[in-house]
Design a protein around this ligand. Structure first.
Ligand SMILES: C[C@H](O)[C@H](O)[C@H]1CNC2=NC(N)=NC(=O)C2=N1
Length: 229
């Protein structure tokens, strides 16, 4: 996106190209792809319904649950750290972390060049509001600089590097680059912030939403506890 005239644009391979074939998500075979004959139409419909029910059932156990007894805030989820932690655990074990509809809205957007004089760091209360759209991320202050932070526990060191490579592809595509850490061999930690304004901009939330959408299947540890380093 930041193309210098006369210089070929350097692009990383698509994230899917970095994965072995058995890790690349394949579209589910759809019953609708087979033209129905009058004899088999009923069978095809039943098959389609079965496929739908199966994918629904596969996704359902990984959805965050909200207890009836909890005080609910904002988007219908308790903000108590204990329950945030439960959500974190459930979400890190998802095959696909699609996140909330808000996450998807953000993930559809693209980062804009952040060297313009018109871009300013957002105030903390706006950042807190935006945070509701990117599940699992938290605000971290470093001096007077506000950053987005998220941590994941991966299966091993090499899986951690694969994870970072996926993030690098998205970051390069967006021209917006997070600080990437692989700490204590299996903790991936990411900070996103906009250097030029010494704080947070929409770009940081867009990138966080896109990171939330990565296919982390096979990379994350089943034990979701993230140590503090
Ligand atoms: C010109 C270009 O927009 C800037 O150099 C970009 C590159 N990537 C960046 N990434 C991040 N996270 N913050 C920045 O301020 C930033 N600046």
């Amino acid at each position: 996106r930041y193309h210098t005239p006369g210089k070929p644009t350097r692009r990383l391979p698509a994230a899917s190209a970095l994965l072995p074939p058995n890790r690349v998500a394949k579209p589910t075979a759809s019953a609708a792809a087979v033209p129905p004959s009058p004899m088999t139409r009923g069978v095809d419909m039943a098959h389609a319904r079965l496929l739908l029910a199966r994918s629904y059932a596969m996704a359902a156990p990984s959805w965050p649950t909200v207890s009836k007894n909890l005080p609910l805030l904002g988007h219908g989820r308790s903000h108590h750290p204990m329950y945030a932690r439960q959500d974190e655990i459930k979400m890190s074990s998802r095959r696909w972390c699609h996140g909330s509809p808000d996450n998807q809205e953000l993930a559809k957007k693209s980062c804009v060049p952040c060297n313009s004089k018109d871009i300013h760091a957002m105030p903390e209360d706006s950042a807190k509001k935006m945070l509701e759209q990117v599940a699992g991320w938290e605000l971290a202050a470093e001096g007077d600089i506000l950053k987005l932070h998220r941590a994941w526990k991966v299966k091993n060191f090499v899986k951690g590097l694969e994870f970072l490579q996926l993030v690098a592809s998205v970051a390069e595509e967006e021209g917006h680059h997070p600080d990437l850490h692989l700490v204590g061999w299996n903790n991936v930690k990411i900070d996103v912030w906009t250097h030029s304004v010494r704080g947070l901009t929409d770009n940081d939330f867009i990138l966080a939403a896109k990171i939330n959408n990565l296919n982390l299947e096979g990379l994350l540890s089943k034990k979701a506890t993230v140590q503090n380093f």
